[in-house]
Design a binder for this molecule. Structure first.
Ligand code: SF4
Length: 127
């Protein structure tokens, strides 16, 4: 699995499977936060995501929940997020719920139509 800066997750995601789709924080300016100070922000290439999903599938773990890694995977474009959801469905076809952190201002790079899209219910973001 690719984890550039460790795993950061809320307590209630302790039993989730973790998939890195971004690493670091695109903002990284909050003075109280030290989680990602040493980690430059980057977006995972699809090849890495595929390798990790293959590794999860090969492990035999019937994952029920994936928590996307990175401080703000919701920053990714609608098309990129939809692609990731499609990859998860391709590799783990039994139905997996997906969550991840999201900064409030990351909503701005989505249209109202995209936010209302039927493709989003599988991605439940929490800021
Ligand atoms: S946006 Fe979140 S992860 Fe990024 S620096 Fe601020 S508190 Fe830390």
């Amino acid at each position: 699995m690719h984890f550039s800066c460790g795993i950061v997750r809320p307590p209630y995601e302790a039993g989730s499977c973790f998939l890195q789709v971004t690493s670091g924080c695109s903002h990284n300016k909050c003075r109280f936060c030290t989680f990602y100070k040493e980690a430059p922000f980057s977006v995972s290439p699809e090849s890495e995501i595929r390798e990790d999903l293959q590794e999860i599938r090969d492990s035999g773990w019937k994952v029920k929940r994936i928590f996307l890694q990175g401080a703000d995977p919701f920053l990714l474009s609608y098309d990129r997020l939809k692609r990731i959801m499609d990859l998860i469905k391709e590799y783990l076809p039994w139905g997996v719920s997906v969550g991840g952190y999201g900064r409030v201002d990351s909503v701005r790079n989505k249209s109202v139509g995209e936010l209302k899209s039927v493709n989003y219910p599988r991605l439940k973001s929490r800021a």
